[in-house]
Structure formats: structure tokens, C-alpha cells
Design a protein around this ligand. Structure first.
Ligand code: ADP
Ligand code: MG
Length: 235
């Protein structure tokens, strides 16, 4: 099907200055994410998963190595061009929901559509929230919602502008087991429908098990990669 590389990393190194010296978060990572695929990135806390997403999503600049998005070197792009692709081509989901507290659920989605440069389509915003079981909560502010509901709004917001790349950092970290599996099924279904490239960082083996392609990180290096068929849902 659609097998051109969407995002490639070539010998990417990223370190941080920390109290005890330099921490090497990514230690020479080379990876290719094909367009239209879904990949889980696993590994223990501190192994570099969030840093990997940050350099892929043009949120952090690596110390060395190259990152390409749709064939284009991020390092060759101006800061404003990088900001533009972040808003238009990427959807980010973080462990904490990062919703705008003074906008309702539906307004949070509408604002994302506007930022991405897409015409605001309120019926799409409403439909996305309904698909996530939030019909009763469309016009509530984030602090009127539970943690799990807020996280589902954040997922809908990350997808509403039909981004080509969806990067999710421990998206189910604040959800119970049942909601967490439901949320992952939603992300995978959306990915299939839109043919986006979906990368989900998780340390939860039951979440990782839903992905045919898995990449394992340890101490900033890739230690294993699996590619196969997506396992059938078995609950
Ligand atoms: P993970 O997401 O797998 O838990 P991270 O990518 O967040 O790992 O972090 C990798 C390593 O880099 C850790 O040792 C972490 O403490 C360190 N690190 C990450 N971000 C920063 C930062 N902004 N400043 C200093 N150290 C950082
Ligand atoms: Mg992390």
C-alpha cells in the first residue's frame, strides 16, 4: 500500500545538561516510520521515548543526526516552517491532556482546526467527541470533566484536523485498563480510516500488544524491532 517513508531518523543523538552531568537521551537512533503505519515504542522510564517523539515532531532539535519528515530535512526548515508543519501535519497527544481550560470540549477541537489552517467544521468536532462517548459533555469546560473524559477530548483534538502524523506519548497513562484499551482501539481505527502514520509511546505491554510493529528502546538505543500483523482483538 502506502510504503514511502513518512519520518526517518538517521543517527540521531540528543543529550541534556543535567545536575549530575550530561544525559544522553538518544544515542544514535536510526529508524524509518513508513507512511500509513502504526508503531508502538516501548521501554522503561527514562530510556528516551519522549525525546524520540519530540525530535520526530519537530519539538526538539537533535545535537547531531538527521530527521526527515516526508523526505524533508527538519534542519533545513526555518523555525516558522517547522511551526507550520507541527500545527498542520502533526497531532500530538500527551499523558496530561493540555486542554485549554477556558474553552469547552467542542471549542478545544474547533481551536485546533483553526490553528492547523483547516476550515472549522463544528459538525466534525461534535462527531469526533460523540465517537468517543462524550455526547453529554460537548459544552463542558475541562475542569467539569473527569481525567479520562479530558484525555478523550485531547485525543479527539489531536485528530480533528486529519493530521498526517499522530504522535502519542503515553496517551493512556491516566486511564483505567478498560478505557485505555478502548482509547487505543479508537486511535487505531482512526489511523486505518485516515491512513495517518501513528506512533504511540507506551510502557504498558497490553497497549503495545495491539501494534504489529513495535520498537523497543533502552538507554537511548534501539534494542529490538518487531514487524508483523496486527493481533486480533481478544477481550
Ligand atoms: P522516557 O520518555 O522514556 O521516560 P525521556 O525521553 O523523557 O524518557 O528522557 C530520557 C532521559 O533524558 C532521561 O534520563 C531524562 O531524565 C532525560 N531528560 C529528558 N528531558 C530532559 C530535560 N529537558 N532536561 C534534562 N534531562 C532530560
Ligand atoms: Mg516519557
Amino acid at each position: 500500500m502506502n510504503e514511502s517513508p513518512a519520518i526517518t531518523l538517521d543517527h540521531v543523538v540528543k543529550s541534556y545538561a543535567a545536575a549530575g552531568g550530561t544525559v544522553v537521551a538518544l544515542d544514535g537512533v536510526s529508524l524509518t516510520f513508513d507512511a500509513g503505519t502504526s508503531v508502538a515504542v516501548t521501554g522503561h522510564s527514562g530510556c528516551g521515548k519522549s525525546t524520540l517523539l519530540a525530535v520526530m515532531g519537530a519539538l526538539e532539535v537533535p545535537d547531531s543526526g538527521r530527521v526527515r519528515v516526508a523526505g524533508q530535512l527538519l534542519a533545513d526548515m526555518s523555525a516558522s516552517a517547522r511551526a507550520r508543519i507541527r500545527r498542520a501535519d502533526f497531532g500530538f497527544i500527551f499523558q496530561s491532556d493540555n486542554l485549554i481550560p477556558y474553552l469547552t470540549a467542542v471549542e478545544n477541537l474547533a481551536q485546533q482546526m483553526a490553528l492547523s489552517g483547516t476550515a472549522v467544521d463544528l459538525s466534525r468536532c461534535t462527531e469526533m467527541l460523540q465517537r468517543l462517548g462524550l455526547s453529554e459533555h460537548l459544552h463542558k469546560l475541562p475542569d467539569q470533566l473527569s481525567g479520562g473524559q479530558r484525555q478523550r477530548v485531547a485525543m479527539a483534538r489531536a485528530l480533528v484536523h486529519r493530521p498526517r502524523y499522530v504522535l502519542a506519548d503515553e496517551p493512556t497513562g491516566s486511564l483505567d485498563r478498560a478505557s485505555s484499551l478502548e482509547a487505543i482501539e479508537f486511535l487505531l481505527a482512526q489511523q486505518e480510516e485516515t491512513r495517518a502514520t501513528l506512533v504511540v509511546v507506551t510502557h504498558d505491554p497490553s497497549v503495545a500488544a495491539r501494534f504489529a510493529t513495535r520498537v523497543a528502546l533502552s538507554d537511548g538505543r534501539i534494542v529490538a524491532a518487531t514487524t508483523g500483523h496486527r493481533p486480533a482483538l481478544n477481550r
